[in-house]
Ligand binder design. Structure first.
Ligand code: ADP
Ligand code: MG
Length: 408
């Protein structure tokens, strides 16, 4: 539970040009956001792929890559050359913030493991890289993607109570009464009575006391880059679901219950069964499961599959996907009941490819929440897909930090 230093709700009247960066886990996005007041905005953006070598190399190289991406983005827009710009840095890893634009990395997640980063201030490291390139860009805020998603959605829909990410990783944030936040004391210049708390819910139950982990989860955890960390995230997020299903299929193969006991080099490779395959198989409604056959035989290299094999695989994918949605329902329910929102009209803003592309996810989540609170209460909760909202949300936070002189 990390105080975000973002207090109060946006009004929709905010104006100005702001840069936003989003380092999510898969891509780096650079955005120019023009806030126009009256709840409207324009956004221009470019995506840069983060190569695996950057995720495991030295932090200086990652920061130089980010700075060079900002440079490339600005060079394509000559009207911005030389202009001083405030930037919000959406850095979606566990950061202990000490100010709105200062924060030390506690640990890497989502397959990142850059050296010389943990316990360092990631805003200062990036500011140094921007300076090395001579860019007149000032980091006004460090933003968690959940917080950006919440603020972007609240800019248009003030009743938004939570921001949630279901992408490579999973996390959530919500508005908490400042009086209840024991880790932070309100300074005199802050009048708002709420602050957004970044839950880092991916780390829930790292003590392994309540989550019903299976042997397939344990194997994934053991073989991951962050053993015994982010255990809830490892059961629900896009990076992991395919791998859990692969572990289950390997076990069925070893028991001679699948593919006549024959595996393939791809099927034996860690991470090779992507979560996108899992969702495509679960949503395959063709009679002979032809899409499933295509994935198993042509992509995963299984020599021959029977209809029974494909049905088993479809069940495995369904179990893993539905369990993820139901575990997320637990997280959402915990927060919404803590905030007294059950039974009230409530909006949850959700971003991330898993939520966007897995068409059954929302229905499974609602089904589990209805089991807990009844249909009438759950009908009042709306899940909005806040697509790429974090760029806009980050810009709003940069604006707040800039105008209220909050940044160091
Ligand atoms: P990030 O988390 O880096 O911001 P995204 O929100 O795009 O990025 O999430 C990327 C993750 O989404 C990948 O880890 C992948 O597992 C998952 N994903 C991509 N496509 C699909 C799909 N069709 N179905 C389910 N999951 C998907
Ligand atoms: Mg993202």
């Amino acid at each position: 539970m990390i105080p975000s230093y973002v207090t109060g709700r946006p009004t929709g009247k905010e104006t100005g040009d702001y840069l936003a960066l989003d380092l999510g886990g898969t891509n780096l996005r650079v955005c120019l956001v023009t806030l126009k007041g009256n709840g409207s905005h324009e956004i221009e953006q470019a995506k840069f792929k983060v190569e695996d070598s950057l995720k495991t190399g030295d932090m200086v190289d990652l920061c130089d890559f980010i700075a060079s991406s900002v440079d490339a983005f600005l060079q394509e827009r000559p009207h911005l050359t030389g202009k001083h710009l405030e930037l919000a840095y959406t850095f979606s890893f566990p950061i202990l913030q000490t100010a709105i634009n200062r924060g030390t990395l506690k640990q890497w997640t989502k397959g990142f493991s850059c050296k010389n980063a943990v316990e360092k201030d990631v805003a200062i490291l990036l500011q140094e890289a921007l300076s090395r390139r001579g860019l007149p860009v000032h980091i006004a805020a460090i933003v968690n993607d959940t917080v950006g998603t919440l603020l972007a959605h609240a800019y248009r829909h003030p009743e938004t109570a939570m921001g949630v990410i279901m992408g490579t990783g999973s996390n959530a944030c919500y508005y908490e009464k400042i009086d209840k936040i024991q880790k932070w004391t309100r300074p005199e210049n802050i009048e708002d009575d709420e602050m957004v708390v970044n839950m880092e819910w991916g780390a829930f139950d790292n003590e392994r006391r309540v989550l019903p982990m299976t042997q397939y989860d344990n194997k994934l955890n053991r073989e991951s880059r962050n053993v015994h960390q982010q255990l809830y995230e490892k059961m629900v997020a896009g990076m992991y679901l395919g791998e859990i299903a692969r572990n289950a299929m390997i076990s069925l193969i070893d028991h001679m219950l699948l593919f006549s006991g024959e595996s393939s080099p791809s099927m034996n490779t860690q991470w090779a069964f992507e979560t996108a395959y899992l969702t495509q198989i679960e949503c395959d409604t063709s009679k002979d499961l032809s899409r499933t056959r295509d994935i198993l035989e042509n992509t995963m290299g299984i020599p021959l599959t029977t209809l029974a094999d494909r049905q088993i695989v479809k069940h495995v994918c369904g179990f893993v996907g539905r369990r993820a949605a139901r575990l997320v329902a637990c997280g959402l329910s915990g927060v919404l009941s803590h905030c007294g929102q059950i039974g009230q009209p409530t909006v949850v803003a959700i971003d991330g490819s898993l939520f966007e592309k897995y068409s059954h996810f929302e229905a499974y989540t609602r089904e589990a929440m209805e089991e807990m609170f009844g249909q009438a209460s759950v009908e009042k909760i709306r899940f909005d897909h806040a697509k790429d909202g974090s760029g806009l949300g980050a810009a709003i936070i940069a604006m707040i930090a800039d105008q209220h002189h909050l940044s160091a």
